[in-house]
Design a binder for this molecule. Structure first.
Ligand SMILES: [Zn+2]
Length: 277
């Protein structure tokens, strides 16, 4: 547990890797998943901010049938995720990505939203370039978060998968050791930096908030026209500007589809995350 808290804070404190309440980490031990609580910040996380969950119960969700209608399905899905909490954890709320963590067999999972990686995941040629640079990584196309994403990843993931790129979202790394996570992350950042035409310029182009790149931009910046007057909104606006620039090295920027933007705006799980900020 000490190691989990340690590497969570380390990566959580690096603004190049994750901002505000974004990103999450987990550890598995004896059938229990310890996953970050929704909306809390990785940089200051403590042991009690992790939620202990029954791994087998969480994975049972994948075999269940859920309604096709968004609101109904997500309400049932969230209720089932909540039921997988261990006794004594009732007052905590696990990350919306808890089931994704459960899908990896490895002991440790690290999920980040680095602007540089999202330059790739939000690039028009992102999937093609990811296939060249990281042939063993899995690419998951942009889709509804929550149940749909977990189901899609469960169809693609294998026992050896240690890297998953989520289009317009971020990256997952899985390893038996914290050192293994560090290596996966470092290798990816190095390979992506090598593709850039220059250092990130100080002055970056404005971006259109009505065309967000990732769920973080929707959660913290809204879909504007005006930027909310909060520190997190300013941080995530700058993040969108960086992604916009980085994506130039990966075929040019590709924002989220309008239909997904609408879904995320109305998704209860994300409004909960926003309230924690
Ligand atoms: Zn995420």
């Amino acid at each position: 547990m000490k190691e989990l808290v340690e590497f969570s804070r380390k990566y959580g404190s690096d603004p190049e890797l994750v901002l505000a309440g974004g990103g999450n980490t987990s550890m598995k031990e004896k059938g229990v998943l310890y996953v970050k609580g929704s909306g809390c910040s990785l940089s200051t996380i403590r042991e009690e901010n992790f939620v202990a969950m029954d791994l087998a119960k969480l994975l049972e969700i994948l075999d269940k049938e859920y309604p096709a209608e968004d609101r109904e399905r997500e309400a049932m899905f969230l209720a089932d995720v909540s039921k997988a909490k261990l006794p004594g954890e009732e007052n905590k709320r696990p990350s919306v990505e808890a089931l994704l963590h459960a899908l990896f067999p490895q002991r440790y999972v690290l999920h980040l939203h680095p602007a540089l990686v999202n330059g790739l995941t939000c690039g028009l040629d992102g999937e093609k370039i990811a296939g060249e640079l990281f042939p063993d990584a899995i690419w998951v196309e942009a889709c509804r978060p929550g149940y749909t994403l977990a189901k899609l990843l469960s169809d693609k993931i294998g026992p050896e998968t240690d890297t998953v790129l989520l289009q317009n979202h971020g990256v997952f790394f899985a390893s038996e050791t914290p050192e293994g996570l560090a290596k996966l992350l470092n290798d990816m950042m190095t390979a992506l930096k090598a593709r850039l035409p220059s250092e990130l310029p100080e002055k970056l182009e404005d971006v259109d908030l009505s065309k967000p790149f990732t769920p973080d931009h929707i959660v913290y910046c809204g879909v504007g026209p005006a930027l909310p007057d909060t520190e997190n909104a300013r941080l995530l606006y700058r993040d969108a500007q960086k992604i916009n620039w980085y994506a130039g090295a990966f075929g040019g920027p590709k924002p989220l589809d309008e239909e997904l933007v609408q879904f995320i705006l109305n998704w209860e799980a994300e409004s909960y995350r926003k309230k924690q900020s």
